[in-house]
Design a protein around this ligand. Sequence first.
Ligand code: GDD
Ligand code: MG
Length: 364
Amino acid sequence: MILVGGQGTRLRPLTTNRPKPLVPLVDRPFMAYMLEWVATHGITDVVMCCGFLADSMVEALGDGSRFGVQLTWVEEPEPRGTAGALKFAQEHLHDRFVMLNGDVLTDLDLSAQIAHHEQAGATGTLALVPVEDPTSYGLVRLNGDSSVEGFLEKPNPDEIDTDLISAGAYVLERSVLDLIPDGRMVSIEREVWPRLVGDGLYGCVHRGAYWMDIGTPHRYLEGTADILAGRVRTQVTERLKDGPVDPSATVAPGVIVDRASLVDRGAVLGPRVTIGEGSVVGAGVRIDEDVILENAVLLDGATVASGCRLRDCVVGSGARIDRGTHLSDAAMIGDGATIGANNVLARGIRIAPGANLPAGSIRF
Ligand code: GDD
Ligand code: MG
């Protein structure tokens, strides 16, 4: 089961009009990566636990067959929290199942974790990955036999004595449901894992695996670059084997396209355009002359006029960037917005979908 009930507020304006699982990442909705990943581990029945904008998700992901899985959709009457969602979906769960946070890009070895869970005779097994700063995650202390000694959700800096955190992938026995009260909001991190410590909760360390919570603009851009460079195992690598430019795109002479980028279907690149590493030119995007992209993401149908410099930024679907505008430093332009000529937008600025910024109005 995959938890997809959160609101994704930190990724606005990408998530203003779409749920986070549908945010486009390189050339497919984010959720496609998770579904393709579980399918490679032989998991074919997936329950999607939704709380927010479920209709658009059902429309976009359908029955899952495109991704090699069979989807069942469950919608909570109101957000029930990470454990409440599990309880609400209980009729669909087998005796042993995998539960995933729906906002993580990873290629960690789920099959190895399932084997680890079986060998330990565990009630629950948490995937663990090392991170530099555990403060925004669930910190996990392990005993020598890989049983969990302590679980601390969002630890204070002075409580940190390990770099291992819960990666949001769990193998669980159905008996876990007995620990979850029915019909109310329950957090699995705060109310269930602490009760299982010393009573069947284990950790499986995945060193060397790729793992990233893509929920902020900087991490979204980093994840994009990592997919394009093949630092995480995804089906995009397979697609890019024949080069970064889709055969249906139109590329003027003298255009430079980095190998770790993508110029998607029907895109049109004018003279002297440079598509640098980690950049995505979405389907149907049009770029005029003398434009430089570096780890910049242009979603479907965006247009960019001459002389723009776009670095570490996201331009939403159908947005228009006029001449000589510079975007950098995690600037996020909403779908359908118009940015007039000669604006300079940086420092994490976010422009709402459909907004209209006159020429030369902002140097931020
Ligand atoms: N269906 C449903 N209902 N899903 C929910 C709800 C809910 O009420 N609340 C949250 N979710 C989903 C989110 O969409 C997300 O996919 C997942 O549950 C985790 O919630 P987040 O809000 O993203 O939590 P977090 O990132 O702060 O922390 C969690 O993930 C970390 C790893 O990224 C915790 O599980 C930490 O322990 C963990 O380290
Ligand atoms: Mg999260």
